[in-house]
Ligand binder design. Structure first.
Ligand code: 6PG
Length: 475
């Protein structure tokens, strides 16, 4: 029997996705550069469904129904290009190559354009959910030509997570849009993780809670509006006791966060698009700072000041932290959606923010109860200028604002770093300000470089003759 889909690259993510297809009744052709991985998968899981074992690319391609659909699950970058080249050489017009890795969206744009010239469809698909999601239902963000989705969509939707009967998979938009959206998803993931980390740090250093006590708080939060995958797993990690030392595992893990690049890409792209994704940027920089181990070791013992005001009421402060987390999380998502809107207009993708909120409700790392609220917000008003302005979120922040400020004040007083909480609050305050000091910036630019400014009361550009008689001229 010919296979409905082929998967090449059978490391954990690839194997799990292949098994997910097979478990849903699809016949799956398997290919891997070294046959050992293919055989390992078959040895353990052949009984889960119909697999076709292939060794060479030619064998792999001829095992597939037309139009052929091949999902690549290899390392982003050069390895992906190499596999695409091999596949494309063996494929025919109308066949579909899907890149399910975390590719940089500009690479996806380039690959799509070049494969289109050869009559092939190239679909850059963001896939989120980690190993577990790949096996049991990820969130899938396929870009590429809309036409390819006809042959591909039902297959992908059958293996994705489902929420209220709706698959967490939809056609995102042309060429690199799927990977762009997955990149921003990861940026939000970074921000969310950083915010959770800051909350945890406050419990430890402001309230002297143990990891086990903090785990209980997170477990409780997971029953309310903070319910989310990341909050849930935070409790699991904090509960874990190290077998070797008997200490909480979190105290044994080196506190230097690594990154594979998607968060950094999000921020780089945001800088180019001019979108202030401050929460995501703080999260990326916080990882970098944590990794500056030599500098940190040399700086231990620097003065902390004498303001140390510990919170008097632990229950109140716990509530405050939960509200600071919620409000900052709203800001992180608002910024991420702004970046998606900016990417959409830069590349003419015509993306629909409500669709993303819908497919992020299940399967992916940032899945959370509050994505239902984001979906509602965009259902009510697809043209929202900022997520923060949707009535539900506006009110949520109104209810959180005093807590949010208290958390930032307390953290600053105690010398506990909360870059994402603080910068999200500053973003909110800047966004709602009637006047910003940017007027002064413009004055300074005009002073030293004659860069001109606009006036609040008349049209056009103006310049003050700073080194002359300081009268104003129209530029
Ligand atoms: C997902 C994750 C996944 C991966 C991260 C890890 O959505 O399933 O985002 O893609 O685990 O990219 O990223 P870092 O290694 O950069 O933390």
């Amino acid at each position: 029997e010919l296979a409905q889909i082929g998967v090449t690259g059978l490391a954990v993510m690839g194997s799990n996705i292949a098994r997910n297809f097979a478990r849903h009744g699809h016949t799956v052709a398997l290919h891997n550069r070294s046959i050992a991985k293919t055989d390992a998968l078959l040895a353990e899981h052949a009984s889960e469904g119909n697999f076709v074992r292939t060794e060479t690319i030619e064998e792999f391609i001829s095992a597939l129904q037309k139009p052929r659909r091949v999902l690549i699950m290899v390392k982003a970058g050069d390895p992906t290009d190499a596999v695409i080249e091999e596949l494309a050489g063996a494929m025919e017009e109308g066949d579909i190559i899907i890149d399910g890795g975390n590719a940089l969206y500009t690479d996806t744009i380039r690959r799509e354009a070049s494969l289109k010239e050869r009559g092939l469809h190239f679909v850059g698909a963001g896939i989120s959910g980690g190993e577990e999601g790949a096996l049991n239902g990820p969130s899938i963000m396929p870009g590429g030509p809309a036409e390819s989705y006809k042959a591909l969509g039902p297959l992908l939707e059958s293996i994705s997570a489902q929420v209220d009967g709706t698959p967490c998979c939809t056609h995102i938009g042309p060429d690199g849009s799927g990977h762009f959206v997955k990149m921003v998803h990861n940026g939000i993931e970074y921000a969310d993780m950083q915010l959770i980390g800051e909350a945890y740090n406050l419990f430890r250093d402001a309230l002297d809670y143990s990891p086990a006590q903090i785990a209980d708080v997170f477990t409780e939060w997971n029953n309310g509006d903070l319910e989310s995958y990341l909050v849930e797993i935070t409790a699991e990690v904090l509960k874990q006791v190290d077998a070797k030392t008997g200490q909480p595992l979190v105290d044994v893990i080196v506190d230097a966060a690594e990154q594979k690049g998607t968060g950094r890409w999000t921020v780089k792209a945001a800088l180019d698009l001019g979108v202030p994704v401050t929460g995501i940027a703080e999260a990326v920089f916080a990882r970098a700072l944590s990794g500056s181990r030599a500098q940190r070791a040399a700086a231990v013992g620097l003065a902390s000041g004498s303001l140390a005001d510990k919170p008097a009421d632990a229950e109140q402060f716990t509530h405050d932290i939960s509200r600071a987390l919620y409000a900052s999380k709203i800001v992180a998502y608002a910024q991420g959606f702004d970046q998606i809107a900016a990417g959409s207009s830069e590349y003419d993708w015509n993306l629909h923010p409500g669709d993303l909120a819908t497919i992020w409700r299940g399967g992916c790392i940032i899945r959370a109860r509050f994505l239902d609220r984001i979906k509602d917000a965009y259902d009510d008003n697809a043209e929202l200028p900022s997520l923060i302005l949707a009535p539900y979120f506006r009110e949520a922040i109104e209810n959180a604002i005093d807590s949010w400020r208290r958390v930032v004040i307390t953290a600053a007083s105690l010398g506990i770093p909360v870059p994402a909480f603080a910068s999200s609050l500053a973003y909110y305050d800047a966004l709602r300000a009637e006047r910003l000091p940017a007027a002064l910036t413009q004055g300074q630019r005009d002073f030293f470089g004659a860069h001109t400014y606009e006036r609040t009361d008349s049209e056009g550009k103006f310049h003050t003759l700073w080194s002359g008689d300081r009268s104003e001229v129209q530029a």
